[in-house]
Design a protein around this ligand. Structure first.
Ligand code: ADP
Length: 219
């Protein structure tokens, strides 16, 4: 899977660079466009490499450098929202925190933040202009905390739902490709949450938005 995913952007970078050197550099109508294609594939390779690094760190059973700590979820939500708000504003998407109660969980703050950024990033990326994203944090039964990210976006076809947490899986590739994803965002969320002893689930309706819910033990 990995080599297949790397081959496409590498072949494109090599192909367009060779085309430019073979004379297209002087072709004023196309030279800029070819460089932009090279850049977009280089960015994609970079995204794949950094997501793979996160996953290989999560996969390795090396003990983390520090013990897990008590994390206030609301603080992590604030930082994650801060990370995606520029992109959301560019697309005209409102980020809301309608119900965020003060709950704490045990784990690694930077990892939980990464998981929330991935969910928020998808909720923005697969939304519609003028859409909304809502993030919620509420206490749940059995001393658990429920964090959910819901959007008013394009939704996920039901036949893809059981595979979206698989590595490199992109629902409806034609639709997802322009969004430039790696297919590694949700696998990272799942890995992070399961390593914290929790679960992640998804509900979605094609054309009717999606909701991702993380449940963790309260600390
Ligand atoms: P990607 O890098 O493509 O976003 P992910 O692993 O994060 O990879 O997501 C896998 C696929 O699940 C996406 O390509 C997309 O088809 C679908 N998906 C994830 N989140 C959403 C969402 N909020 N709305 C619609 N589709 C989504």
């Amino acid at each position: 899977d990995v080599s297949h995913e790397l081959r496409t952007p590498l072949a494109a970078i090599r192909g367009y660079a060779e085309t430019l050197l073979d004379g297209a550099l002087e072709d004023q109508d196309n030279n800029r466009k070819f460089l932009e294609i090279i850049l977009s594939h280089a960015i994609r390779l970079n995204n794949i490499a950094s997501d793979l690094l996160v996953l290989s760190e999560l996969d390795s059973d090396a003990p983390p450098l520090a013990p897990p700590e008590r994390i206030r979820v609301i603080d992590v939500i604030d930082s994650a929202v801060h990370t995606v708000e520029g992109g959301a504003a560019l697309r005209g998407i409102r980020l809301k925190r309608e119900q965020c109660q003060d709950c704490s969980v045990m784990g690694y703050r930077f990892r939980l933040e990464q998981a929330l950024v991935n969910l928020l990033d998808n909720a923005v990326k697969f939304n519609r202009p003028d859409g909304e994203v809502n993030i919620e944090c509420i206490p749940a039964s059995d001393a658990r905390v429920q964090i959910s990210v819901s959007d008013t976006g394009i939704g996920i076809p039901s036949e893809d739902m059981k595979r979206i947490f698989e590595r490199f899986y992109r629902a409806d590739k034609a639709r997802s490709r322009p969004a430039g994803g790696t297919g590694l965002g949700l696998p990272i969320v799942k890995e992070v949450v399961e390593r914290m002893g929790g679960t992640v689930s998804a509900e979605s309706q094609l054309g009717g938005g999606s909701k991702f819910t993380i449940v963790l033990k309260e600390a």
